[in-house]
Design a protein around this ligand. Sequence first.
Ligand code: ZN
Ligand code: ZN
Length: 243
Amino acid sequence: MKKFLTLESYLAEHEFLREAAEFHFKLEKNLSDVQPLDFPPREKVLELVRAEKIPLLQQENFQPQILDATEKFLPRELAEKLLRQENSSVKKFCADLELNEVLTRKIFWAAVDKLIPAELKLWERDDRQENYCPICGRRPVIAHLKKLNEGRARYLLCGGCRTLWNWRRVGCPYCGNENLEQIHILELDNKMRLDVCDECNCYLKTYGAEDEENIYLRDWTTLHLDLLAEEKNFRKCGAVELE
Ligand SMILES: [Zn+2]
Ligand SMILES: [Zn+2]
């Protein structure tokens, strides 16, 4: 039988990630009481997002319940700006209150992740076909190539609320470039590669295996690949600490 890595054994092999791991475990622990909110059933949500062509949490009806729930962690006004991705106001607000902006962003999106029910976090091909998250509207941070019948399907993972949605197999989700000659692949690790777009210079970390999603579908577990990409002057997109 094939042996799969646990997060703990992965960390033992990647000691340099220990600090990042401790931070994220602590964050999860602090949010352990946060329960998923009551949203309409899945079918209704699909219908609403398709009809309005607006991600669920960008629809005004659904913002108050998120803001009520995050109020115990962050000022409501700041959470509202984070949710709407009003980046320059977020920056100013954090500076005025002397809050660490990266930490604030991480706390907010980790809470939103927990507030979204699991049944809303997987969108299949027929559900929607956009390059941004159907739930919160953020750009993806990681892709997952999953086996599907004879071939493979590509899913994009939202770095904010951690929804996965099926998207076309080829193309850059950041600028829309679909020219295969303008996208190159860097194999840096046997499970995770980088798809780099020559058009916009952004890269997408892509997990090409199965069963270790718990490790590879977390942005911080492959920070070393981000460092390698940074050395080559490629741009990271979609991460919660970024705009
Ligand atoms: Zn999202
Ligand atoms: Zn691009």
